[in-house]
Design a binder for this molecule. Structure first.
Ligand SMILES: Nc1ncnc2c1ncn2[C@@H]1O[C@H](COP(=O)(O)OP(=O)(O)OP(=O)(O)O)[C@@H](O)[C@H]1O
Length: 419
């Protein structure tokens, strides 16, 4: 992942952390040592019950460790007042966890109010954060959670967690309850926020693909909070540390390689944009001059609304504000898998690409994605030396060259099928 623009996060250290729940024979987490670098996103992944959530909640002491110490930015937080500590750590849960009777602005301002911020500062902060998470202030500030989609509620959940500018953000299955397309958008939005703010973010997920997409490092745990591997996604895929990791990553490994290929690694096709209200004739003229047959209508922030043909645009005197709700859009931080999903969901042969704030920066055609995917698959196959034609039955005493082929005169042994 590209490094954040600035780092405002703090390191997290777990030193011999143990959690024994009362009445349980085995500890949920036994002796965990972990170092998380400031400004990194780390994804915790592993089978159900391995201790992901327990570990996450010990960092903000929603669960008290039985033994061990936890440091944030070098401060031993196991000795701090837990309420104070939680005010300095953002926390996001699955469905946003918003207070249902409070509007968006009141939800976001919850911690700043406790901290005694004045009203003007809270309003400014709320507006900044709503914009950061991609929600229009005028439209959303006074809505109640029930009047928003799950994805919008989750965006507010992230804004609320960031309200007091905490150095650390903890997220427990944050995108588990939304549909796949919204999930991709929320993931991309989080990557964009991370790049802009440089917080230290810990995300618990069940989904290895999500972990490899989000994590600078991925922590793979097995039962008892045992670390199977803690490394970059590339390292885990190339060198699984244990049989457990190999099995966990499993048959998805080849596909997971594709999640490492990002839209930003591909040369985008250029698009011509037209603002709502602009003269259609001028916009169409501009697009024709650029050799385009379509153009992208955008709002004042440059966010795409629709992707009409020039003939369609020419039927109206002005570019109108029609919003195509099925418009295929991905961010440059999206994976090529995401881009394909977006095209397939919209039944289109291409998708628009935006920057981390949602402004359109180009388009990507299905052909370009397929080309790269085929290249990646070939690379993965090349790395995996065993092939059908090279296969020999290993029998005792059969000599092999270093590349695995039998030497000179020794014939491959017959398979047991002959009678
Ligand atoms: N309050 C509790 N009391 C007793 N045991 C608990 C409690 N909470 C969790 N456990 C146990 O601790 C272990 C770890 O649970 P934890 O919720 O941390 O796992 P997880 O990896 O987050 O699981 P999942 O992916 O299913 O959410 C499990 O065996 C669980 O049953």
């Amino acid at each position: 992942m590209t490094p954040p623009d600035t780092v405002t996060g703090a390191s997290i250290t777990l030193d011999g952390v143990v959690k024994r729940y009362r009445g349980q024979a085995k500890p949920a987490v036994e002796k965990l040592d972990l170092e998380i670098e400031a400004g990194h996103i780390v994804a915790f992944v592993g089978p159900s019950g391995c201790g992901k959530t327990t570990t996450l909640k010990m960092i903000n002491r929603l669960i008290e460790p039985t033994e061990g110490r936890i440091f944030i930015g070098g401060r031993d937080v196991t000795r701090e007042n837990p309420d104070k500590l939680r005010q300095s750590i953002g926390y996001v849960i699955q469905s946003g966890g918003l207070f249902p009777h409070w509007d968006v602005a009141k939800n976001i301002g919850a911690i700043p109010r406790v901290l005694g911020w004045d009203r003007k500062r809270i309003t400014e902060r709320t507006e900044y954060l709503l914009d950061l998470v991609g929600l229009d202030v005028a439209d959303f500030a006074h809505r109640l959670p029930k009047d928003m989609s799950g994805g919008q509620q989750q965006r507010v959940g992230v804004a609320r967690a960031l309200a007091a500018d905490p150095p650390v953000l903890l997220m427990d299955e944050p995108f588990g309850a939304v549909d796949p397309i919204t999930r991709v958008r929320l993931q991309d939005s989080l990557i964009g926020i991370q790049k802009e703010l440089g917080k230290t973010i810990v995300v618990v997920t069940h989904d290895f693909e999500e972990a490899t997409k989000l994590g600078d490092e991925v922590l793979i745990l097995s039962e008892g909070g045992h670390i199977e591997q803690y490394a970059t996604p590339e390292e885990i895929l190339a060198n699984p540390a244990t049989p457990f990791v190999e099995e966990f990553v499993g048959s998805g490994a080849t596909l997971a390689h594709l999640t490492l290929a990002r839209v930003r690694d591909v040369t985008l096709d250029s698009v011509v944009t037209a603002r709502v209200g602009e003269s259609s004739e001028a916009a169409v003229g501009r697009a024709r001059a650029a050799g385009q047959r379509w153009l992208v209508t955008v709002d004042v922030h440059g966010r795409p609304l629709a992707w009409p043909s020039l003939d369609e645009v020419a039927t109206k005197p002005q570019v109108n504000a029609y919003v195509d709700h099925r418009l295929p859009v991905v961010a440059s931080s999206s994976t090529l898998n995401d881009a394909l999903d977006s095209m397939l969901a919209a039944s289109q042969g291409g998708t628009l690409v935006t920057d981390s704030r949602g402004a359109v920066i180009g388009s990507l055609a299905i052909g370009s994605v397929m080309e790269i995917i085929q290249g990646r698959i070939a690379e993965v196959r090349d790395d995996d030396h065993s092939t059908y034609t090279e296969h020999t039955e290993h029998t005792e005493g059969s000599e092999q060259t270093s590349d695995g082929r039998p030497t000179g005169d020794s014939e491959p042994t017959e398979s047991g099928a002959s009678s």
